[in-house]
Design a protein around this ligand. Structure first.
Ligand code: CDP
Length: 204
């Protein structure tokens, strides 16, 4: 059985939390596509050229995700993400993942629009920039990483602008996506809505 759930939305909106929960509930595989761009960004911070870095990615690049989840790497990721050749280099891997037998959840910025335009379920998860920055602060605290609210908020805003304004595969809701504004929603409530959307399509 093939079944794809596409989750898009701005930085730190909770796409990963929802994606993980949906994948667990239905036994689907989950891919956080932002990690691919973060891995390319991390290589660029180490002195590589972006397109070469994207072509050279291996599973080892994703083996230590916490190292990739810093604001510095996030900024580098959104800078390499504007380069069409970088996006092209990562496209086939994402499409193959989406079509795997057993079902898949992918979260990112262009999943419902470019990577999987025929996904069975499309969600666009968003929240105010302040709420998202606060959630990202909580994640840093859980991992024992230090962060300052104003810096995190500035990172979120700068990436939102870069991701939404780029010419290739800009961040946007697909026409047929269900938008979840989670600014005043608990994670549990958002997860319940996402699960209901999948059940409605699967005839559960
Ligand atoms: O976790 P967070 O929402 O903060 O970001 P992420 O999903 O890890 O993505 C990091 C950066 O990668 C984003 O700011 C985008 O520039 C880029 N990205 C993208 O262009 N397309 C995707 N499908 C996923 C991420």
């Amino acid at each position: 059985m093939r079944f794809t759930v596409a989750i898009d939305g701005p930085a730190a909106a909770g796409k990963g939390t929802i994606g993980h929960a949906v994948a667990e509930k239905f036994g689907f595989a989950h891919l956080d596509t932002g990690l691919l761009y973060r891995a390319v960004g991390a290589r660029v911070l180490r002195g590589e050229r972006a397109i070469e870095a994207a072509l050279a990615l291996t599973p080892d690049d994703l083996a230590t995700p916490d190292v990739l989840r810093t604001p510095e790497v996030a900024q580098a990721a959104s800078k390499v993400a504007v380069i069409p050749e970088v996006r092209d280099a990562l496209l086939e891997f994402q499409r193959a993942f989406a079509h795997r037998i057993g079902g898949a959840v992918l979260d990112g910025r262009d999943i419902g629009t470019v990577i999987c335009p025929r996904a069975e379920v499309k969600l666009y998860v968003t929240a105010s920039a302040e709420v998202r920055a606060k959630r990202r602060m909580d994640e840093f605290a859980e991992r024992g990483q230090e962060a300052d609210f104003e810096t995190v908020l500035a990172d979120v805003r700068a990436r939102d602008a870069r991701d939404a304004d780029r010419a290739t595969a800009p961040m946007m809701a697909a026409d047929d996506a269900l938008t979840l504004d989670t600014s005043e929603m608990t994670a549990e409530a958002a997860i319940a809505e996402a699960i209901a959307a999948v059940q409605a399509k699967r005839g559960a």
